[in-house]
Design a protein around this ligand. Sequence first.
Ligand code: GDP
Ligand code: MN
Length: 422
Amino acid sequence: MKLLEYEAKDLFRAKGIAVPPTGGTIRDLKQLAGALKRAGKAPWVIKAQVLAGGRGKAGGVKLAKTPAEAKAVAKMILGMTLISPQTGPKGVLVREVLVDRATDIDRELYLSIVLDRREGRPAIIASAEGGVEIEKLAHERPEAILREPIDPIRGVEDWQARRVGFALGLKPEQIGPFVKMLKQLSRVFIDQDANMVEVNPLVVTKKGDLIALDAKMATDDNAYYRHPEFAKREDLEATALDKEAKKVGINYIELDGNIGCLVNGAGLAMATMDTVSLAGGSPANFLDVGGGANADQVTRAFQIILKDKRVKAVLVNIFGGIMKCTTIAEGVITATKRVGLKLPLVVRLEGTQVEEGKALLTKSGIKLIQADSLWDAAQKAVAAVKNLPEEPAKNGAAKKGKAAGNLVPAARPQRKTSGGQK
Ligand code: GDP
Ligand code: MN
């Protein structure tokens, strides 16, 4: 889970890491005067609280010298759609701003601790050239970035922290406070089960103090059980459908296409996505009902898929392993009837009791298109979206049920499909 700047700064403050004096966050202009007062004397800085960096350049971070200026700035940022390289083209709505006392900046440094998955340990990343996008710096001048692995048992050691401090060009009298700050930062990283804690910029003030001006943090969702406060927190990035799927216990992934896909298992989801793309279509979403789906879950999954207005056809691709294809067939039949499905439905079943499952589907009288392989199913779904009748798969897999194990034919059919369907 990603934390907002102020949430991360609150954790920093609790560990004795210097952050600017703050007036807290506000969602309404009426709360501004109180926040300015709490932050202290002018000037102030008003900062959009969204889960994306690059806010400064996007107009989401502004200085204000007077209360009137602060009001104008807060009014502009609250409710704006902030678009930065990290938000995607649609941007994010700013519902909350942080009001901090502004800092007199001399230098901007970069400091972070990340989980280095390849090394299997955390690493300190630092650069004397902070404030800019680190990805850009890493790309253009990798030598300007220092990387120092942390021993997971021993933690950050003083000599290491000193080395980083000197590499950042700090003055001898700043090294002591820096070592303390870096060690405390690693405590935040460990205690919160973070996989990233970033301070960009870490500033040296005109007086020579070190202050964490910005903070970015992401924690490991698998450690929720150790952090009930995170588990309870609203997931700011989840859409309404994400939340509904979570409630039902289904993995839901939203994409940009128009074929709704119901699958079981992450691997099959990926294979389905690739195959649909290969057939010239694109998935609108994925619902992974997992290994133990029952009729009820399948119904709920259908309901979620159909709430996505971009869906023009539904593709069910289920591999019955421990779960029997008959169970899935029953689920599909019940679900289709309950939700009154009007869109084209393509079903491909494989695995345990596949013949019995297919027979159930046929007998049900439900209007659906059965497919005998993933490739066949993908083609049929794509054709259904394009509203074209499709021809039987060229390799004959569609006719011979037993050939279903063949996912993708060696030669990809180039022509648009034609011919009849049942
Ligand atoms: P980001 O763009 O989302 O990473 O937001 P930051 O909090 O890092 O702010 C972006 C930039 O705004 C910083 O790199 C600073 O140059 C500037 N800035 C932010 N806060 C202050 C402040 O208190 N005083 C001054 N002088 N500049 C600030
Ligand atoms: Mn920043």
